[in-house]
Design a protein around this ligand. Structure first.
Ligand code: GDP
Ligand code: MG
Length: 214
C-alpha cells in the first residue's frame, strides 16, 4: 500500500475516488489529533493548538482504488462527553482511540463504542480500536490482550500505534480503507457517505474545514 497525497497515481487509479467520512473518537489527550497530524502531514507535536472542530481530506491508494478519506477531528468537546450528532452523521468509519498508559481512557473507549452502537447498525460503520502511545510501554496500563479481546468480542478492527514514533499510524488508516472497500465490493454498491453535506471536489492536499460548532 502506498500513501499518496493528491498525486497523479491515486487520481488515475479511479476517476471517481471513493469518498469516506472517518471520525476520531476517544477521551481527551489520547492522541486523536496527533494521529491525524501524523497521517496527514507526517508530523508530531508535544503541544497541539486547539483547533476548531475540523476535517481534513487525505487521498490514498489501496489495491488500485483511490480513496478520499475525510477525517473529522474534535474540538475538545469530548472532555464533556458531548460530541454532537452532526459529527457522527454520515460517518463510514471511526477510530476509537485510547491511551495504552491510561486505563481510564480504555474504559471511556468502551463507552464511546456503546454510543456508536446506538447511532449505527454494525454494517453501516467500520470501527477500529486504536491503542495509542505504544512508546509509553514502561507505564502501560492496558495490555495488548485486553485491547484485542475487547475488539474481538465486539467485531472491531484493532491496532496499537504510536503517533510520536510513527508506529503503525498509516496501517491504522489502511486497515479502515481496506475494510471499507471490501464492504463496498460485498454490497455491490457504494457505501460511501450518505449525506455528503460538504463540497468534496477538492482533490488537493489536506484541507481543513469547520464542522459542528454548536
Ligand atoms: P487528543 O486530545 O486526543 O486530540 O490528543 P492530542 O493529539 O492533542 O495529544 C495529547 C498529548 O499526547 C499531546 O501532548 C501529544 O503530543 C501526546 N501524544 C499523542 N500521541 C502520542 C504518542 O503516540 N506517544 C506519546 N508519548 N505522546 C503522544
Ligand atoms: Mg484533539
Amino acid at each position: 500500500m502506498a500513501q499518496v497525497e493528491g498525486n497523479a497515481q491515486a487520481e488515475n487509479a479511479s476517476l471517481q475516488p471513493h469518498v469516506f467520512k472517518v471520525v476520531l473518537l476517544g477521551s481527551s489527550s489520547v492522541g486523536k489529533s496527533s494521529l491525524a497530524l501524523r497521517f496527514i502531514k507526517n508530523e508530531f507535536k508535544e503541544i497541539l493548538p486547539t483547533l476548531g472542530c475540523a476535517f481534513f481530506t487525505q487521498i490514498m491508494e489501496m489495491d488500485g482504488s483511490a480513496l478520499k478519506l475525510e477525517i473529522w477531528d474534535t474540538a475538545g468537546q469530548e472532555k464533556y462527553h458531548s460530541v454532537c450528532h452532526l459529527y457522527f452523521r454520515g460517518a463510514n468509519a471511526a477510530l476509537l482511540v485510547y491511551d495504552i498508559a491510561d486505563k481510564n481512557s480504555f474504559q471511556r473507549a468502551q463507552i464511546w463504542w456503546k454510543e456508536l452502537e446506538n447511532e449505527f447498525q454494525p454494517e453501516e460503520i467500520v470501527v477500529i480500536l486504536v491503542g495509542n502511545k505504544t512508546d509509553l510501554e514502561d507505564t502501560r496500563e492496558v495490555t495488548l490482550e485486553e485491547g484485542k479481546e475487547f475488539a474481538e468480542s465486539n467485531k472491531l478492527l484493532f491496532i496499537e500505534t504510536s503517533a510520536k514514533l510513527n508506529h503503525q499510524v498509516t496501517e491504522a488508516f489502511s486497515a479502515i480503507a481496506r475494510e471499507l472497500l471490501k464492504r463496498e465490493e460485498q454490497n455491490g454498491g457504494p457505501t460511501q457517505q450518505k449525506n455528503p453535506t460538504l463540497d468534496l471536489k477538492n482533490t488537493g492536499r489536506a484541507r481543513k474545514g469547520k464542522c459542528c460548532l454548536d
